[in-house]
Write a protein that binds this ligand. Structure first.
Ligand code: ZN
Length: 301
């Protein structure tokens, strides 16, 4: 793991070209990559606020951040992405109770994600689109995992962002693997439609609600980003991923827990967005190759 992380970071420090992306002319590579990393960490920090507040239907703009336990207002210098958590030793300065590791973990994840996007994608527009799309998907997955819901904040912003950048991609002749505006419209309808049909049939079979409306809005955004074909691939990968994790880990674990507590076994809820979100990123980055490989295997290509 450390070799995986340290090597590219050393390469960046030495000014070596990493992947396909490069620092713009006149900006020292270490400064450029440092800025991308910090930008990602700041956006990850804001993502933490969205994850904590949107499920409670609170504003992400005001009021200022407080410690959830002692209500102590957090000063700007205690709120620096990654740095403050380490400097404070992971504890609130007021009540000394631990601050969740989720905060620095999300900041680091998004910072590394932005660094990876800009380092491996030559077009800055495409790198930005992949980085923002990935950030939205990360927010969706974490919120769905923790609260079993997908806030409209993520999906409404996502749909607007994906639509506007789809038009920008056409105007700048830089599509970058995202759907063009026409495919985006069809894709949004296919995504929302496919997941609605699955949810409806699931409800008939399981005799209870199988899919939340958040999954429908999520798949509309994914469909607008990747177009109809890779949207269906996303649903397929997400369902396969969900089934594997659910049958191999979640079901046995909850069954075991119910036996221990001597309560009747009840199959747990499945936050489908947790699996759809990474599936969408896979479909965007490697979808066409996966579809071509599969069609080749069954002799259709
Ligand atoms: Zn506190």
């Amino acid at each position: 793991m450390s070799a995986l992380l340290v090597k590219p970071l050393l390469a960046v420090a030495a000014g070596a070209p990493l992947g396909a992306g490069a620092a713009p002319q006149g900006i020292p590579p270490w400064l450029w990559w440092g800025m991308i990393f910090m930008l990602g960490a700041i956006i990850g920090s804001f993502l933490n606020v969205c994850i904590a507040r949107w499920p409670m239907e609170l504003s992400v703009v005001a009021p200022r951040s407080r410690c959830p336990r002692c209500q102590r207002q957090i000063a700007w210098y205690e709120n620096i992405p990654l740095g403050s958590w380490v400097a404070l030793g992971g504890r609130c300065r007021g009540c000394k109770l631990p601050i969740s590791i989720q905060y620095p973990a999300v900041e680091l994840l998004i910072a590394l994600g932005w660094l990876a996007a800009f380092a491996t994608i030559a077009s800055p527009l495409t790198a930005l689109r992949v980085a923002v799309f990935g950030t939205i998907l990360a927010g969706v997955a974490i919120t769905d995992l923790q609260y079993y819901l997908i806030p409209d904040g993520f999906t409404v912003f996502g749909l607007v962002w994906v639509s506007i950048t789809s038009v920008a991609g056409v105007l700048l002749r830089d599509g970058g693997g995202f759907a063009n505006p026409y495919d985006a419209m069809i894709g949004a309808c296919v995504g929302a439609g496919a997941i609605s049909i699955i949810g409806w049939l699931g409800e008939v079979v399981l005799k209870k609600e199988a899919m939340g409306f958040g999954d429908v809005t999520l798949m509309a955004v994914v469909g607008a980003a990747v177009g109809p074909g890779r949207t269906l691939l996303t649903v397929f990968i997400g369902a396969a991923l969900g089934a594997i994790v659910f049958l191999l880990f979640v079901m046995p674990f909850t069954w075991f827990r119910s036996r221990q507590k001597h309560v009747p076994f009840e199959p747990p809820l499945v936050p489908f967005g947790v699996f759809l979100a990474p599936a969408a990123l896979v479909a965007l980055l490697w979808g066409y190759r996966l579809i071509a490989w599969y069609l080749g295997r069954i002799g259709l290509l």
